[in-house]
Design a protein around this ligand. Structure first.
Ligand code: NCD
Length: 359
């Protein structure tokens, strides 16, 4: 089991000071990117994308190239030995012995953590199913730092697919660690924030409310985080059809918002933000995508130069029970340990954070 690297699986594995340092370094890099042009000369980053991506993959690649490093990897597992039936462990074990840092996106929750268990180099989670997306959160934190000047005392609206949106999950977990942030969770009943994320908000004493109407609350917000309805995570096309097109941010709704609101979106957009909003100075989503390069440069540097104490990957007890979440990596990669940690009366799966019952 590899414990000696700084893996980034979940930001909340580390203290807030660790993320703040990465965000601050991202800010410095943004102001003087060419000072960092040679910092990763001779280093190789592998990007293993088992799921489609534009921004995350290309911003990681751009970040490494701007640091002077080189790239290997795939963006379509069907052109790799995955199509021959190779398991996650073998692919990531081998690729991690070729590279100095491995960035992985996978459709199944807990996959990055599973890879990090046996990898020979640090692993960065670039999105694991509908679970977490910590480097999008670093991007979002840098955007807030640059555009709002603070990460605390914010009223934050999150709108759309709060159930399946991994960017929302990571962002809520992170922002609940800063003082006086209030969360306005705007979704249909069906797409509400999962209870394991609400548990984190509760544990940090963060105030939140759940509402259905964007129009009713937009005037309260300092930041509005719009999200796409995650079609690929729905059980059936009918379920998706019933949820799509419900939330559309347009100029009419923007009229009711504060002058210093910022609108963020991890992108890709489908139709939840009307194109007309792009010309509003409060629209920050394209700038946000650009900040993603600087903060990923900062993350790569921090990990490759890192002497920090790494977070232990597994801290729970192995149990003879299975995770009840069918979308958990432990249910598709059967060699993985069934590892759970006790939180209050609940047992939480170490890979996907779902609650399990101890029989
Ligand atoms: C997001 C993702 O992949 O989770 N995109 C991104 O990384 N910027 C959001 C999404 O796909 O809706």
């Amino acid at each position: 089991m590899s414990l000696n690297f700084i893996n980034l699986i979940d930001l909340n594995d580390y203290p807030v000071s660790f993320w703040n340092e990465i965000v601050e370094l991202g800010h410095k890099i943004k102001n003087n990117p060419f000072d960092y042009a040679e910092k990763c000369k001779g280093k190789i980053m592998a990007t293993l994308f088992y799921e489609p991506s534009t921004r995350t993959q290309m911003s990681f690649q751009t970040a490494m190239l701007r640091l002077g490093g080189s790239l290997i990897g795939f963006d379509n597992p069907s052109t790799s030995s995955v199509s021959k039936g190779e398991n996650l462990k073998d692919t990531t074990k081998v690729v991690s012995s070729y590279a100095d840092i491995l960035v992985m996106r996978h459709p199944v929750a807990g996959a990055a953590k599973a890879a990090a268990l046996t990898a020979d180099c640090p692993v960065i989670n670039a999105g694991d199913g509908g679970h977490l997306h910590p480097t999008q959160t670093l991007t979002d934190l840098l955007t807030l730092r640059e555009e709002k000047g603070r990460l605390d005392n914010l009223t934050i609206g999150l709108c759309g697919d709060l159930k399946n949106g991994r960017t929302v999950h990571s962002l809520c977990k992170a922002l609940s660690c800063y003082k006086n942030n209030k969360f306005v969770l705007i979704s249909t009943d069906f797409l509400r924030l999962p209870s394991y994320i609400k548990d984190v908000l509760d544990a940090h004493g963060a105030e939140y409310k759940e509402v259905e109407s964007l129009e009713d609350v937009i005037g309260e917000l300092d930041m509005l985080y719009m999200t796409r309805i995650q079609r690929e995570r729905f059980a059936s096309p009918e379920e998706y059809e019933a949820q799509k097109n419900i939330y559309v941010l347009d100029n009419h709704k923007m009229f009711g918002a504060k002058n210093d609101l910022i609108v963020m979106h991890p992108l890709p957009r489908v139709d939840e933000i009307a194109i007309e909003v792009d010309d509003d100075p409060r629209a920050m989503y394209f700038k946000q995508a650009k900040y993603g390069v600087y903060v990923r440069m900062a993350l790569i540097l921090t990990i490759l130069e890192g002497n920090d104490t790494p977070a232990p990957l597994l801290f729970g007890k192995e149990k003879k029970i299975c995770c009840p979440n069918p979308k958990c990596i432990t249910n598709s990669e059967n060699y993985l340990p069934k590892s759970f940690v006790g939180v209050g009366d609940n047992l939480i799966c170490e890979f996907c954070d779902e609650r399990a019952l101890d029989n």
